[in-house]
Design a protein around this ligand. Structure first.
Ligand code: ARG
Length: 276
């Protein structure tokens, strides 16, 4: 284990939770009868942005749109690798209009956007590891979209089957701890094995024999929905046990509480898209 893990500055795209609430239920975490403290949600989100900036990361923001309460979950609207933008097509009709707003932002920033032909929820299910894309299916993003992403990026896409409705997006069950830098050699992940089919679990074990395997408690505490810059791991404070294990491996946990967003089935990574 290196004594000093080296952070790499990132560029993140986010969306302020001005219109955030829980009004419909499209995953098991969402209960429209449970009240969201919108002021607290805004404070929590601001704390996340401050933490990113304090650690040297650039943050861009898309304007939130009234009537699109889940638009705060920026990760779902695209996956960007090498300046190429693979946009989104949401599973839920309630979220479909979000794609146009994100696309306009990308076009304004000088990027062309490829719109997928079948359901694809951005970095929620398509996770760039530094070497290839890990891709979840079972609840949202389709296998057809995995194939399309592979053709689009020209990077290998490894399809993984998600089996637990609580972990309906790949980014609720797995995150990239280290992209391994220029060579990709130190690439490593954290994941919750039981969220995957037996075969997919085996694939992850073969690809990442040195991975951190998380528990169901870590996953339920939103610990797998973290963002790592290679040194700092922005992580839910509820996932304390996982943070202790990451510390032992030389990473520095930065706790950020997004409890109000957990009520919508989202956490730190869901609120954060990376522009690479
Ligand atoms: N309510 C949103 C949905 O169900 C939450 C999305 C969370 N985002 C994520 N990347 N997992 O679509």
């Amino acid at each position: 284990m290196p004594d000093t893990r080296v952070p790499r500055p990132r560029r993140f795209l986010v969306c302020e939770p001005r219109h955030f609430t829980v009004r419909y239920a499209i995953n098991p975490w969402m209960h429209p009868d449970v009240r969201v403290d919108v002021d607290l949600a805004r404070e929590q989100w601001q704390a996340l942005i401050s933490a990113y900036r304090a650690h040297g990361h650039a943050v861009d923001a898309v304007d939130p749109v009234p009537g699109l309460p889940d638009m705060v979950f920026a990760a779902n609207s695209a996956v960007v690798v090498g300046g190429r933008v693979f946009g989104s097509l949401f599973h839920a009709p309630e979220r479909r209009p979000e794609s146009d707003h994100y696309d306009s932002w990308f076009r304004g920033a000088g990027y062309a956007v490829h719109r997928p032909g079948s359901v694809s929820e951005g970095e929620g299910d398509l996770v760039w590891t530094g070497r290839y894309l890990l891709a979840g299916h079972g609840f949202r993003t389709t296998r057809e979209a995995h194939r399309e992403a592979q053709e689009f990026f020209g990077h290998p896409v490894i399809s993984l089957t998600l089996v637990d409705p609580y972990f309906y997006h790949l980014d609720t069950a797995l995150f990239v701890l280290d992209d391994g830098g220029a060579t990709g050699r130190g690439n490593n992940i954290v994941y919750y094995p039981e969220a995957f089919s037996a075969g997919s679990r085996e694939v992850l074990r073969r690809l990442y024999p040195g991975a951190v395997e998380a528990t169901r408690d870590d996953a339920l505490a939103w610990g797998l929905n973290s963002v790592s810059d290679g040194r700092h791991v922005f992580i839910a404070p509820q996932a304390e046990a996982l943070a202790v294990r990451l510390t032992a491996r030389g990473y520095v946990p930065v706790p950020v509480d997004l409890s109000e967003f957990h009520k919508a089935g989202g956490g730190i990574k869901c609120c954060t898209q990376e522009i690479r």
